[in-house]
Design a protein around this ligand. Sequence first.
Ligand code: PLP
Length: 358
Amino acid sequence: MREEYIRPWEKNIRSVVPYVPGEQPREKDVIKLNTNENPFPPAPGVEKVLKNMDTDSLRLYPDPTIGLLVEEIAKFYQVEKEQVFVGVGSDDVLAMAYLTFFNSDKPILFPDITYSFYPVWCDLYRIPYETPALDEEFRLVKEDYYKDNGGIIIANPNAPTSIYESISTIEDIVAHNTNSVVIIDEAYIDFAGESALSLIDKYDNLLVVQTFSKSRSMAGMRIGFAMGNKKLIKALNDVKYSFNSYTLNQAAILAGVEAIKDKQYFKEGINKLIEIRKEAEKSLKELGFDFPASGANFLFVTHKTIPAKKLYEVLKENNIYVRYFDLPRISNYLRVTIGSKEQMDKLFEFLNQYINNK
Ligand SMILES: *Cc1c(COP(=O)(O)O)cnc(C)c1O
């Protein structure tokens, strides 16, 4: 009985169903292919700058404008620094962008199968939303976005499907929606193809969001950024300064600068990963898996005979973690992160003996 008494303050709690991040097991011998982390270390300059960090500088607040990193990102992408906004991972940037741009009474639009954080922020901020269905092949149906809306968010490449849509499809959606802000979440773009960044000077309603978590191997440092028209970036900064002025800490700013400066290490890392992805595709095909062509650092796989949930469980029992989503339309799929060559060898060693002995 006592549990059932609802205190007056409890009625005022903003209750939300939270996003559930992938498991982060603590054991060291785990093959961790469940949260799309990069198997390679960050650029060597990151280790150097953190080891040599002047800890006395931690007495001071970090630069609220994140100036050093903003300038370095602007230089890398050849945009102006007033076109760059930096936040604590792209989750923070996206949450800030929802708060800043999605304030209409009309629903915002995103596909039925996509990053599962999108509906959570809608719930948190009380933003109405609609989720047009991807087609049978999990492809975007661009005509579904030719209607009145309060904003649009699209992940390209999409998660968890791994599918990259061409820049012309993205441009078509942006061009049909010049009355609302269109956010393209490009967490995996460096493993795919052309970025929508090339369109930000043509469309003032386009915001492109990227992250250091995947292609730059820095998920633990929490750095994300958005690029777009100066008005969009100013609006984002105004909201940020109304919320928390000091988002990135001093170590993250310095490490981020080192990571983005090292263009060669960045390119080589991506090429190595794509090479491992190619080999993984071959092995998976031989084992009877199907999957769409991937533009990301993961594959979205389904097996001809073995149910995904069963495979997920068996893999986990053998200390190999992949991601399973018990959701409509994708409950027979697994999302498998591309790991190091050694990790993938162990995965395939297990799958070979498990599937061939069935
Ligand atoms: C990983 C991921 C993010 C979040 O990345 P962080 O920068 O680590 O917060 C955002 N969107 C998609 C689609 C992702 O897969």
